[in-house]
Design a protein around this ligand. Structure first.
Ligand SMILES: *[C@@H]1O[C@H](CO)[C@@H](O)[C@H](O)[C@H]1NC(C)=O
Ligand SMILES: *[C@@H]1O[C@H](CO)[C@@H](O)[C@H](O)[C@H]1NC(C)=O
Ligand SMILES: *[C@@H]1O[C@H](CO)[C@@H](O)[C@H](O)[C@H]1NC(C)=O
Ligand SMILES: *[C@@H]1O[C@H](CO)[C@@H](O)[C@H](O)[C@H]1NC(C)=O
Length: 465
């Protein structure tokens, strides 16, 4: 009884205390025409005193927003903006890199946007990310738990303000670190529904890409992965496997055999670009510890001096694409068009690396297990050229759930070509679809947009990949 009164109070408080704003955006600087899709931006406040302001971009499905599912997209990092996920991964607009000359960039349509098949909320979370801010310094203290609770409260408030979307199938989605928070948020939603929290959400499941699960376990798979991709020799792999007994993270400081083997491994992999092992590393990035077992979930984009170099002396690397988004999002006209509150964020960053953030949940294996037992559906995809969170790490936790294989490892196709490999696991009515995206890096839709749209369209339509 007491707890239901408490719940009721929380519900009423939510209704009363939300300080929020939302705007429909018809045009954007850099795009010549009216936007051919519906874009809304806004703030929703969370925190005990509404001191935290979470910014979002919402884009309605370009097909049928009435019946298409709603995706709540969490970009990784932690600290990477929703705009980065929108522009470089799955949103309908992207920069015209072919014509970009260092001045104000042009926007073009991404024909492979996931908004072709779903409505998507891109959130700037946790606080300190993108345009989200707090008017207290405590508001900037973040952790997996705080971020999950804030995201969950955000979504409840957002749905109360957009009640027409309460009838749409809902999926929580994200890649990299966002793929660690996604099952945590899904789990909160499931629990909230069970105890009758309002609004009731039509959660169907979650979608994760090269997702962090348990950093020690994820990192441990980098060495078998490096071996399988011919970055280290059979001999070095055997040496490491034997010397370290298969445990490559935090080796005993007096285990000389293991340390020796790891040194040989590191010498081979030090200069490999972790998010996509075939792409060049960026020569103009500030030095960072490039240890195979450190946590390079996203690349630095310190764009030091790059633009001052003559064109012919610049060698391509992917991070240089990100210069566009800094120029665009820090422009005053752009911020006015997006209805950013003046003076709240002075130096917008694609990914904020100075967050004060505690990784207080070591592993989300349990979340995957419980959500599966509760009957929720999972799509876990992996760009197979990412060494940051290798596909082998994802396969490992899925296999550790001891589910029944429902559809054996097989290729899946787009345009008659093998787009990757898939395997489907079953537990009563709950399925986990695993899929590699062949040739893609850490953020798969950034590398193989066409294949990823086909994948998400089939999966959301309940077709086999
Ligand atoms: C922070 O903002 C909220 C909502 O606008 C307001 O109610 C609160 O008083 C502010 N707190 C401080 C410390 O300024
Ligand atoms: C900001 O964008 C506007 C509109 O595209 C452009 O005219 C202006 O020069 C830009 N401002 C700066 C400081 O780059
Ligand atoms: C990055 O995060 C720090 C710590 O949360 C915060 O103080 C800072 O304002 C953020 N930077 C930006 C550009 O938002
Ligand atoms: C899966 O099976 C193994 C071996 O029988 C067992 O050790 C493990 O606890 C099981 N995992 C789960 C999640 O039940």
């Amino acid at each position: 009884m007491k707890s239901s009164i408490h719940l009721l109070l929380v519900f009423v408080l939510i209704l009363i205390k939300t300080t929020s704003s939302q705007s429909i955006i018809k045009t954007l600087p850099g795009y010549p025409d009216p936007l051919p899709f519906k874009l809304e931006t806004g703030y929703i406040s969370v925190g005990e005193n509404d001191e935290k302001q979470l910014f979002y971009y919402f884009i309605e499905s370009e097909r049928d927003p009435e019946t298409d599912p709603l995706l709540f997209w969490l970009t990784g990092g932690p600290g990477c903006s929703g705009l980065s996920g929108l522009i470089f991964e799955i949103g309908p607009l992207t920069f015209d890199l072919a014509t970009f000359d260092g001045s104000f960039p042009s926007l073009i349509i991404n024909p492979y946007s996931w908004t072709k098949v779903a409505s998507i909320i891109f959130i700037d979370a946790p606080i300190g990310t993108g345009f989200s801010y707090s008017n207290t310094s405590e508001g900037y203290l973040g952790s997996d738990t705080i971020s999950t609770n804030d995201n969950y409260l955000f979504l409840r408030k957002w749905l109360l303000k957009h009640p027409t979307f309460l009838k749409n199938r809902l999926y929580v989605a994200g890649d990299s670190q966002g793929g660690k928070i996604a099952p945590m948020v899904a789990f909160e939603i499931a629990k909230g529904n069970e105890v009758g929290l309002q609004p009731r959400m039509l959660l169907q499941g979650y979608i994760i890409g090269n997702s962090a699960t348990d950093s020690n376990r994820d990192n441990n798979e980098k060495i078998p992965y490096a071996h399988s991709m011919a970055l280290i020799s059979d001999e070095y792999f055997e040496l490491a496997k034997g010397g370290c007994r298969g445990e490559y993270v935090n080796p005993e400081p007096n285990n000389r055999e293991c340390l020796h083997a790891l040194r040989l491994v590191n010498e081979c992999t030090d200069h490999i670009n972790v998010p996509h092992i075939l792409e060049p590393v960026c020569e103009f990035m500030s030095p960072r510890p490039n240890d195979l077992l450190s946590d390079p979930l996203f690349q630095d984009d310190d764009l030091v001096d790059f633009l001052s170099l003559p064109n012919e002396e610049r060698s391509w690397c992917r991070s240089h694409n990100y210069i566009t988004i800094y120029i665009w999002a820090n422009n005053e006209t752009v911020q006015e068009a997006l209805h950013i509150r003046k003076g709240t964020v002075t130096d917008w960053k694609r990914c904020n690396r100075s967050l004060s953030y505690e990784h207080d949940v070591r592993s989300v294996f349990k979340h995957h297990q419980l959500l599966n037992e509760k009957g929720f559906q999972t799509l876990a995809y992996s760009g197979d050229h990412d060494m940051g969170v290798p596909y082998m790490s994802t396969l490992k936790w899925i296999r550790n759930l001891n589910l029944t294989v429902d559809d054996e490892w097989r290729p899946w196709y787009v345009g008659g070509q093998v787009a990757g490999y898939t395997e489907k696991y079953k537990n009563n009515q709950a399925y986990i679809t695993f899929a590699t995206v062949k040739g893609a890096g850490h953020t798969a839709p950034e590398y193989n947009p066409k294949e990823c749209l086909a994948m998400i369209d089939r999966w959301l339509s309940l077709f086999p990949l």
